[in-house]
Design a protein around this ligand. Structure first.
Ligand code: PMP
Length: 381
């Protein structure tokens, strides 16, 4: 194959390889090294087809087999019951902020939303275009400034029995607040944005009507959003909505109403195989607790670093923290980078630091971060 590419200089990726860094970015995020190596090995010639997956038609037998295997592994890992469809769509997780109300409202006029941070806040804003939104937890009330430091106790929730669905963001990626368990909401369909923690722990899918996740954190590259939707919730969208936004159209066409993001779909398939090899979601959960547990411990033991989230609701994926002297932020980020620890700055809306540690982050990455943090504290504390 390489001889055909005579106008481009083909360089061995290894030749230009400048070494390993641990990427703590919130997404697109680090992918497992073994997956990247396999993708590189298969890049020019997928399984003897003479083509890259990027060049194969989505309707070809080759891609159909990749798509089917990816879905089968996804269902297997999450133990998804047969009465749920799995859709591989485009438009990112943000597209679901609109698709959920468009498809689930049916003849209802309102929906309940937990507003626990930035991403649920965006979902609330989008839903308000389509229905009356009953906000259950509201960080705008009080000192939260758009972020919750905790999730209010269940006894304070005023759920609306006539709501079409109840919506929550399982893990708020920016502040690092995570629901420790699935909220109890009675018979109303439950919808969850699990963009930043799907596949990080075992999950009871059957407690939900819809679960969705942008791929770019725990699943694969960006460009893909995976939607798990209970079959009885499909087919209620009003006729005037765009076909692309109708779960029924996407389900009927096996997510191939148009050209899907084939390469992201394929890469996600490799990641799923990797998760299985590691021991599935129980192994992912164990590793996530080890990583976040170690880091929170170091933060809590120090007067130099601080995390303000109620420990019961602290995220296992995104650990946010501040330095007791803000003027050291830039120095911290730049010296961390020199140690091969990149993308530690917090989201631009909140500042501070954030270490995002998805499935692909090895324990050694966190150990390296902790060693650096302790050294930085000694020199600057
Ligand atoms: N929900 C959550 C929890 C997220 O973290 C993000 C992205 N960081 C989104 C939604 C939006 O995802 P996308 O950019 O794929 O639309």
């Amino acid at each position: 194959m390489e001889q055909k590419i005579n106008t481009l200089k083909v360089v061995d990726a290894q030749e230009n390889y400048s070494g390993l860094v641990y990427n703590f970015g919130a997404g697109p995020a680090m992918l497992p090294r073994e997956v990247m190596q396999l993708a590189r090995a298969e890049f020019l010639d997928w399984h003897g087809s003479g083509m890259s997956v990027m060049e194969i038609s989505h309707r070809s037998d080759e891609f159909m087999s990749i798509a089917a295997q990816t879905e089968a592994d996804f269902r297997d890992i999450l133990d998804i019951p047969d009465n749920y469809k799995v859709l591989f769509l485009q438009g990112g997780a943000s597209s679901q902020f609109a698709m959920v109300p468009l498809n689930l409202l049916a003849d209802k006029k309102s929906a309940d939303y937990f507003h626990t941070g930035t991403w649920s806040g965006k979902a609330v804003k989008e839903a308000e275009r389509f229905c009356q939104v009953n906000v259950i937890a509201d960080p705008e009330v009080g000192a939260g400034g758009g972020q919750m430091m905790s999730i209010p106790e269940q006894k304070t929730w005023s759920l609306n029995s006539d709501a079409a669905y109840v919506y929550y963001t399982d893990n708020e990626t920016i502040s690092g607040v995570e629901f420790p368990s699935i909220p109890e909401v009675g018979d109303v369909p439950l919808v969850s944005d699990m963009t930043s923690n799907l596949l990080s722990r075992p999950l009871n899918v059957s407690r939900h009507g819809v679960i969705f996740a942008g791929a770019q954190k725990n699943i694969g590259p960006s460009g893909l959003v995976i939607v798990i939707v209970r079959e009885d919730l499909i087919g209620h969208a009003p006729k005037h909505i765009p076909s692309m936004y109708d779960y029924a159209v996407q389900a009927k066409n096996d997510s191939m109403f148009n050209t899907p993001p084939t390469y992201s779909w394929y890469m996600s398939g490799l990641v799923l195989k990797w998760i299985k090899q590691q021991g599935g979601l129980k192994a992912m959960e164990k590793l996530s607790h080890i990583r976040s547990g170690k880091l929170y411990q170091v933060i809590d033991d120090s007067d130099f670093y601080h995390n303000s989230i109620n420990p019961k609701y602290r995220s296992n994926m995104n650990v946010s923290f501040t330095l007791n002297d803000d003027s050291l932020n830039e120095k911290f980020v730049s010296e961390a980078k020199d140690h091969g620890l990149v993308a530690l700055q917090g989201h631009r809306s909140v500042g501070g630091m954030r270490a995002s540690m998805y499935n692909a982050m090895p324990e050694e990455g966190v150990d390296a971060l902790i060693a650096f943090m302790q050294e930085f504290e000694c020199s600057n504390g």
